[in-house]
Design a protein around this ligand. Structure first.
Ligand SMILES: [Zn+2]
Length: 75
C-alpha cells in the first residue's frame, strides 16, 4: 500500500501532509486515510491524517487534495 497521495499536484507522504496541515514539523504521524467528506471550498476529495505535533497532543487533520483548504481538530 502506497503512503503517498497527490495533494495540489504534488506527491506527499503522511508526514508531509501533517506538516502542511500543521504548518510546522510533527513528531508522529499515522497513515493517510480518505476522509468521508468533501472540501467545503471546492468540493474536492479530502484526506485525513492523525498526528502528534507534540508528545501531549493528538490531532486529526484534514486537507483538500485540490485547493488550500485544511482543518485540524485538537482536543
Ligand atoms: Zn478544496
Amino acid at each position: 500500500m502506497s503512503e503517498n497521495r497527490v495533494v495540489q499536484g504534488r506527491m506527499v507522504t503522511a508526514t508531509k501532509l501533517a506538516e502542511l496541515i500543521e504548518d510546522d514539523s510533527v513528531m508522529e504521524v499515522d497513515s493517510i486515510e480518505e476522509a468521508d467528506r468533501a472540501c467545503p471550498d471546492c468540493g474536492g476529495d479530502v484526506l485525513e491524517v492523525t498526528y502528534m505535533p507534540s508528545v501531549t497532543e493528538l490531532v486529526t487533520g484534514w486537507k483538500c487534495q485540490d485547493c488550500d483548504w485544511k482543518e485540524a481538530d485538537r482536543d
